[in-house]
Write a protein that binds this ligand. Structure first.
Ligand SMILES: NC(=O)c1ccc[n+]([C@@H]2O[C@H](COP(=O)([O-])OP(=O)(O)OC[C@H]3O[C@@H](n4cnc5c(N)ncnc54)[C@H](O)[C@@H]3O)[C@@H](O)[C@H]2O)c1
Length: 385
């Protein structure tokens, strides 16, 4: 086994350029950027000292790369990912792994047949705060979970943002709106922390605040196999917005907001107290605890380094690509519930969802307006919980 991974970045728009620059700067160990690809030749002009391609199939077959990092619009993650696996390459894809569940399954099948490494850019999993929440939940510190509420309305985007990329905010180009573009990170964390719900009822507003055809406002109700309930609220049309996660458990309440983790711990288990306390208005006494967490390096580069380490040393992947199907299924369920005005039981029927999405793509009357604003530096879009 070679001691260096040769990597090609496919799609050097906002995000791909960010990845290609830190790779080029040697900020990921034992990894070398050996090619870039974009269907838009203008995007390749800055990359003069390495081979460039306008067709991903040529880069994949060039013999110049062992792995690809895919940072194209969402639908292409599936086709390019499958092509890469079928040609013996490792794949790190930007989120989401695909637009819909049936495509995720095809990509995962190609991965499994290849024996190669598959990771997805869910860099929030590397953040110390998110890791601490995971540790608290896994250790059983909260006891039985009874309620989860996550308000994530701080994904504010202007109309100029939506007008800045031809593929954005269309069923045909992007396949969804706030759920599929901004929220995959949150929904990945939700399933990483709490597992998958068994039922979802959602209410999505399509072009509620922006002149777009996809969803930009969502309220979803989730039910978990143990009876816990969840509410997930998001929008790109609210400022200043809120980012607050509240988890009620038998042993207390966890609140994550403003970069702080607060645990209001019940001195006695609440459910036992509820059954046995002789006083009608009694309540368990509580301790207020601010939970500290570390400050180690986190973010995109950590995921890319882990991908390289998984290829070279078999390191455990932080963000296994195949787990990317879960956030896509949550997105699909929320949209499908709205379209059918009904509660969706999981697992979702991926074929039925794909058929409905195809219908929307085919009948889409949405005319993309001329590009009005250049997109800001991509790094200004990154945020933590
Ligand atoms: N992980 C994160 O923090 C994060 C942040 C922003 C965006 N993203 C993701 O990165 C991806 C790209 O988003 P962006 O904001 O950079 O979009 P963008 O429009 O700025 O860039 C996409 C680029 O892909 C190119 N492209 C399109 N189809 C192609 C194809 N078939 N082959 C090669 N190149 C192709 C386009 O010409 C463009 O340059 C999306 O999946 C998005 O969700 C992730």
């Amino acid at each position: 086994m070679a001691n260096k991974v040769r990597i090609g970045v496919i799609g050097v728009g906002g995000m791909g350029t960010f990845h290609a620059r830190y790779l080029k700067a040697g900020e990921v160990k034992r990894c070398e950027l050996t090619a870039v690809c974009d269907i838009d030749p203008d995007r390749l002009k800055d990359w003069t000292d390495i081979p460039t391609f306008t067709d991903s199939r040529e880069l994949i077959r060039s013999g110049l790369v062992d792995a690809v990092l895919i940072a194209t619009p969402h639908y292409d993650h599936t086709t390019i990912g499958i092509d890469a696996f079928q040609n013996g390459l490792h794949v790190l894809t930007e989120k989401p792994i695909s637009v819909h569940k049936a495509d995720c399954e095809k990509l995962i099948a190609a991965y499994k047949a290849s024996g190669k490494v598959f990771s997805v850019m869910y860099q929030m999993r590397t953040e110390p705060l998110c890791k601490k929440v995971k540790q608290l939940l896994n250790s059983g510190e909260l006891g039985q979970i009874v309620r989860i509420n996550w308000i994530v309305t701080d994904w504010f985007r202007t109309q100029a943002y939506y007008d800045s990329g031809g593929w954005r905010a269309t069923w045909k180009g992007e396949g969804g709106g706030v759920l599929l573009n901004q929220c995959p990170h949150n929904l990945d964390l939700l399933q990483w922390w709490f597992g998958m719900p068994s039922k979802i009822r959602a209410f999505c507003g399509f072009g509620k605040w922006h002149d777009i055809e996809v969803e930009d406002a969502v309220t979803a109700y989730l039910e978990y196999p143990n009876g816990a309930t969840g509410v997930f609220v998001t929008t790109t049309g609210e400022a200043p917005g809120t980012n607050r996660l509240e988890v009620a458990g038998d042993r207390g309440k966890l609140v994550v907001e403003g970069g702080k983790i607060t645990f209001i711990r019940n001195e006695e288990p609440m459910l036992e107290f509820l059954r046995t306390c002789p006083r009608g208005f009694g309540k368990p006494a509580v301790w207020n605890i601010e939970i500290p967490y570390g400050r180690e390096e986190s973010g995109h580069k950590v995921v890319t380094q882990n991908f390289v380490d998984a290829i070279l040393d078999g390191a455990e992947r932080i963000t296994p690509g195949e787990e990317g199907i879960n956030s896509v299924e949550l997105v699909n369920c929320m949209l499908y519930s709205t379209w059918t005005d009904s509660t969706v039981a999981l697992p979702l029927d991926g074929a039925a969802y794909e058929a409905k999405l195809r219908e929307l793509c085919a009948t889409s009357r949405f005319e993309k307006k001329e590009v009005k604003a250049k997109q800001d530096d991509i790094a200004s879009s990154f945020k933590s919980v």
